[in-house]
Design a protein around this ligand. Structure first.
Ligand code: FES
Length: 242
């Protein structure tokens, strides 16, 4: 896991908090509660509001916008909040605060429950690529050789050709997988255009290489195929408007 320096511990007020833009493209909130420091997503999971503009009493963090609250020790929702905070592993070393960047593979829906050995092999195969806003990842009719896992940023999908196009949703949660047609027999061609609508970091894996790893690890392979069928079903339901 990569160690990312965030700040000096002395910059964080006692029982206070501060947020930072980081080199991994996300805002991170650092909070102090006595002897302990915590790192969480810097933006509210409800809407894009900076959490450091809210309130913190050393135990509970409150977003000032609609008063969602979280337990600072766990990130678990309290009261009105409907979603937990994404927590980052934090290291406090010699007065400096770092977070550990975990692989998006670990949190992806498709690879949930896969063995550590298989994750390590997939991680070694993954190419981490950075794209500027408005970069096109693939277009309609392109070969579906690779699948992608979103690490940070936002990707939008458009179906149709030329001026007869319509928006087919977007992805912004770390670990979201798209382009999974690369795992299907005979590699169907892309049926949508995918483009980054903000600066984004993606893990890119070749479908055939992933299938080889899964064939060597049958228990993990079985899980991934089950999770893939769930993803496809979800996708078909959303396309059918059900
Ligand atoms: S934006 Fe934070 S609670 Fe609504």
């Amino acid at each position: 896991m990569k160690r990312i320096r965030i700040c000096s511990a002395s910059e964080i007020p006692v029982n206070g908090m501060k947020s930072y833009d980081t080199s991994i493209g996300v805002k991170v909130l650092i909070a102090n509660a006595g002897e302990s420091y915590y790192a969480y997503q810097g933006l509210c999971p409800h809407q894009d509001v900076c959490l450091d503009e809210g309130f913190f009493d050393g135990a509970t963090l409150t977003c000032h916008q609609h008063l969602w609250q979280w337990d600072i020790a766990t990130g678990a929702p309290v009261g009105l909040a409907e979603a937990p905070l994404e927590r980052y592993e934090l290291v406090h070393d010699d007065g400096e605060i770092f977070v550990l960047q975990s692989s998006a593979l670990k949190v992806s829906e498709l690879f949930k429950g896969v063995s550590d050995a298989a994750i390590a092999r997939l991680d070694a195969l993954a190419r981490r690529e950075e794209y500027e806003s408005l970069s096109t990842l693939y277009g309609v009719g392109d070969p579906a050789d690779d699948l992608y896992i979103l690490e940070s940023g936002r990707v939008e999908f458009v179906i149709g050709r030329e001026d007869r196009t319509s928006l087919a949703g977007f992805m912004l949660r770390k670990g979201e997988v798209f382009g999974w047609a690369a795992l299907l027999e005979d590699h169907p061609r892309r049926i949508a255009k995918a483009a980054c609508v903000e600066k984004s970091t993606l893990l890119r894996l070749n479908g055939e290489e992933v299938l080889k790893v899964l064939a060597d690890e049958p228990a993990s392979g079985y899980l991934v195929m089950r999770q893939l069928s769930t993803l496809i079903t979800k996708h078909l339901r959303s396309q059918g408007g059900k």
